[in-house]
Write a protein that binds this ligand. Structure first.
Ligand code: FAD
Length: 285
């Protein structure tokens, strides 16, 4: 928890990690988590591989965060690749491990899944998964939201309409997709409040510390890149250390502005980089 120096309200601070692909790299992520624990985050969330790949690692890392780091863990879970029977198995396992918070998502089509298989999925939307998690009971549920609308939505209005429906099923909090232009978030916040959605929102901040990040995670997210950020990337194309520093400064400036505008949940997409996350948190504290 942080104190907002501009409004003197409490701000929840959290971050996201992802399980490594190779088993050999598990040691490294445990070390990263030990370092993140030192920042006293309110929670750390753990991603879920597309279509359920690596799901055991999500549960294992969530249990480590919850029981060894003594930080609240949020395990991500996706509808794609999930059946009613497998959902119960996942929920039982998380409950046994003491993990009681879930980010319930639809997920995207994994590379190796055919269009037909994706279309035939048992749970169509995140909302369908949320309904069954609520019926199972005992979990605090988070859901995703998109300040610049979900890429498949025809327009912002329909995205907010379905988001509101999803929230009304029993969602306790929202985590946003990354965005780099705060004005877009403020407009989204107004629309959410206008639609009567007033649960806590953790805003997703992705520090861009490497030039190639824009070609991977950012382009997949559908988030727009303001000129101020693309200029930095052009400027530091051949200077990795300069890019790292400028990317951290950009994230810090973005968070400072959010704090000034009354945002009270900051969620850092850590990309498993404890050093970058630590520099940002120290700067905003
Ligand atoms: P939904 O809420 O189901 O929405 C998907 C689309 O369907 C939207 O366009 C929505 O408007 C529309 N829609 C919803 N309900 C209806 C309806 N009844 N009728 C018609 N249209 C409808 N992916 C992973 O694989 N693993 C992760 O760990 C992961 N973590 C994420 C964390 C965050 C914070 C975010 C923002 C995304 C994450 N994703 C992850 C990506 C996510 O799975 C994709 O963005 C996915 O395409 C949508 O998931 P959702 O839960 O938002 O879907």
């Amino acid at each position: 928890m942080l104190k907002n120096k501009y409004t003197s309200e409490d701000v929840e601070l959290s971050c996201e990690v992802f399980p490594p692909k190779r088993d050999d790299d598990m040691y490294e992520i445990f070390r990263t988590l030990d370092e993140l624990e030192g920042l006293s985050p309110d929670f750390i969330s753990v991603t879920y591989g597309a279509g359920g790949s690596n799901s055991k690692k999500t549960a294992k890392l969530s249990a480590y965060i919850q029981n060894v780091c003594d930080v609240e863990a949020i395990a991500h879970l996706t509808a794609v690749g999930m059946t009613r029977a497998s959902l119960n198995g996942h929920l039982e396992e998380l409950r046994k491990k003491g993990v009681t918070r879930i980010l319930a998502l639809r997920g995207d089509k994994p590379k190796l899944m055919s269009d037909e298989e994706f279309e035939k999925r048992e749970y169509r939307y995140a909302a369908d998964l949320i309904r069954d998690i609520c019926d199972f009971g005992g979990f605090r549920i988070a859901a995703a939201c998109y300040p610049e609308k979900h890429p498949e939505s025809p327009d912002v209005e329909s995205d907010i309409h379905f988001l509101k429906e999803k929230c009304e099923l029993g969602v306790d909090e929202l985590i946003t997709q990354m965005f780099f232009d705060n004005e877009k978030y403020y407009r989204f916040r107004d629309r959410l409040l206008g639609a009567g959605v007033d649960i806590p929102v953790h805003v997703g901040i992705m520090p861009i510390t490497k030039v190639n990040q824009l070609g991977t995670s950012v382009s997949l997210s559908g988030s727009s890149v303001p000129t101020s950020l693309s200029n930095l990337i052009a400027k530091y194309a051949e200077d990795p250390e300069g890019m790292r520093k400028a990317g951290i400064e950009f994230a810090v400036r973005q968070i400072e502005d959010l704090l000034k505008n009354g945002v009270n949940g900051i969620h850092i997409y850590s990309m498993n980089k404890a050093d970058v996350t630590k520099e940002i948190v120290e700067a905003i504290r």
